[in-house]
Write a protein that binds this ligand. Structure first.
Ligand code: ATP
Length: 230
């Protein structure tokens, strides 16, 4: 569904990504782990079209999207949930849900969003900024799913959330997968990663250095945590 081939990115003279390659299959949940500064956020931003790669190729559902603008990628079914969640604090939950541009033919009606996210239905008139951290993350995920995303790019959705909210986010991601949505997830919580993901990639100094399955992550948890500096 998503193929990333040799993507490099720079900030001025500094190299943030150095030929990163990975794939995400249809309905697959894949995590990207790596210590601070490894390039995880930069890679998601390159995939969404928010940072121009210096080299490499990005293919979505067989189509080369490397040069496309972000809004055109969104219309093709790519959804990005940034680490700050990207919701409008001053707008209501419902306004946040109805604002994003919608991929042709694949948008969810609001009723479906509220069925999948009952918490948001109860809070539909609340300003986004008055939601709890977990509710804000749910709103951010609901926005991109409603907009018809077939591939979700999520930057540390569980960071700073209480365990009950982490479990809810896990259920949402598993539900998305059941509907055939593919997910590329930046995640530092390895335990959580193994409960939601099919596979994992380890990013170090802008390069994918290892591909891991859940058994690898569980068996090597201590070594990986030390590598990640956690
Ligand atoms: P973190 O978990 O800390 O966000 P990350 O793995 O997501 O780390 P990036 O944020 O992608 O890493 O950063 C990769 C490298 O690029 C780091 O060395 C970082 O300092 C640098 N970098 C990131 N954003 C910028 C920027 N706007 N200007 C200059 N350098 C940047």
């Amino acid at each position: 569904m998503l193929e990333v081939e040799g993507v490099s990115a720079r900030y001025g003279e500094a190299t943030a990504l150095d030929g990163a390659s990975l794939t995400v299959g249809e309905g697959e949940v894949v995590t990207l782990v790596g210590r601070n500064g490894a390039g995880k956020t930069t890679l998601l931003r390159c995939l969404m079209g928010l940072h121009r790669p210096a080299a490499g190729r990005i293919v979505l559902a067989g189509r080369d999207i490397t040069g496309l603008a972000a809004h055109r990628r969104a219309r093709l079914g790519l959804g990005y949930v940034p680490d700050d969640r990207g919701i409008y604090a001053g707008l209501s939950v419902e306004e946040n849900l109805t604002l994003p541009p919608v991929a042709a033919g694949s948008a969810w009606p609001l009723a479906r969003v509220y069925e999948a996210f009952p918490v948001l239905a109860a809070r539909r008139r609340f300003p986004g900024g008055r939601l709890s951290g977990g509710e804000q993350q749910m709103l951010a995920l609901a926005r991109v799913l409603r907009a018809g995303a077939r591939v979700l790019l999520c930057d540390e959705p569980t960071e700073g959330l209480a365990p009950v909210a982490v479990r809810q986010i896990g259920e949402i991601l598993r539900g998305a997968k059941e509907h055939g949505v593919s997910v590329l997830l930046v995640e530092q919580n390895l335990r959580f990663a193994t409960t939601v993901a099919d596979r994992h990639y380890l990013l170090a100094q802008g390069r994918v250095v290892e591909a891991l399955d859940n058994r690898d992550v569980k068996q090597r948890e201590d070594e990986l945590l030390a590598h990640l500096g956690l």
